[in-house]
Design a protein around this ligand. Structure first.
Ligand code: ATR
Length: 279
């Protein structure tokens, strides 16, 4: 049978989910690779998720993506998981095998590194990096950032104990420190400052100073769409080079797509189409 004629069933679970760009992104991957994909957005909270994801797996689907607030639940449900998923204690991807076994991975960190290196032209070697935030978003990317080989990563968080705990949990991967937002300047200059806080969803941005940045340094916002506007505007006012997280979103999706289908989508093409559509 022509592999392109077989329907690949996929879904993303989360709450809220209507705003998700994942069905669109995976539809574009399918178009690019000549595959037939049925990718649904399914609203689920922690209570309904185990039942709904089991139904999906039983329906013959290859796997699913998982977004807030279910990433930890998804990691717990899988029999096996990748190193990145166990380090983050969270999964954004489940693969359903024919044997009935579920495998969990977390492609967020590799997606971020891919976007920074391939699309934004960032070089990790020798870089001093500041990661703002120590919640689920930060935990999901920290191991991949460390493995990319920077000189040092400083985690800055309002609640100091969360930054300390995250730094301790990754200390075996290389030089890593933690501090409060007020102490960020003392570790400067940074080649890269990453915003992994949830402030953008409330219409605000973390405090940043242009004096924190090394020459050619940049700010990468893990937010995209309206949640990215506050920090983009702040960086424009302060003359700081800025990149939103849309490229990370497409790159993490491409890694999930590869896990399910064995085929590698072209990230840059799909990102270009999304940016054009957003105007
Ligand atoms: P996510 O899964 O999106 O990371 P989260 O786990 O709730 O969500 O984490 C949100 C992050 O944004 C945390 O680092 C949080 O700081 P605290 O650990 O101190 O709560 C940060 N954050 C949210 N609101 C903030 C605010 N008003 N000021 C500073 N940091 C804030």
């Amino acid at each position: 049978m022509d592999p392109g004629s077989q329907l690949i069933r996929l879904a993303v679970f989360g709450k809220p989910i209507a705003q998700s760009l994942s069905p669109r992104i995976h539809g574009l991957f399918a178009q690019q690779l000549g595959l037939k994909v049925d990718y649904r957005a399914i609203e689920a909270g922690p209570k309904s998720f185990p039942r709904l994801v089991t139904e999906l797996a039983k329906s013959g689907a290859c796997g699913c993506n998982i977004t807030a607030p279910l990433k930890r639940d998804a990691w717990k449900l899988a029999a096996r998981c990748s190193a990145s998923s166990s380090r983050a204690e969270a999964a954004n991807t489940l693969v359903f095998f024919d044997t009935g076994e579920w495998y969990a991975d977390n492609t967020d960190g590799r997606g971020l590194v891919h976007d920074l290196e391939s699309l934004a032209g960032f070089s990790f070697s020798g870089a001093n990096i500041c990661l703002l935030g120590a919640g689920g978003a930060a935990a999901g990317v920290l191991a991949a950032l460390m493995q990319a080989g920077p000189a040092n990563i400083v985690i800055a968080n309002r609640t100091a104990s969360r930054a300390d705990e995250l730094a301790e949990r990754h200390a075996d991967l290389g030089p890593i420190s933690s501090c409060t937002p007020a102490q960020v300047a003392s570790w400067a200059p940074y080649e890269l400052v990453i915003n992994a806080t949830s402030l953008g969803h409330g219409g605000t941005a973390p405090e940043l100073s242009s004096s924190w940045f090394a020459t050619g340094g940049m700010c990468y916002d893990m937010n995209y769409g309206p949640a990215a506007n506050p920090l983009e505007q702040l960086c424009a006012q302060k003359g700081i080079s800025y990149c939103d997280g849309l490229g990370m979103l497409v790159a993490q999706a491409a890694l999930s797509f590869e896990l399910w289908t064995g085929q590698v989508p072209q990230v840059a093409d799909v990102l270009h189409q999304l940016r054009q559509a957003a105007g």
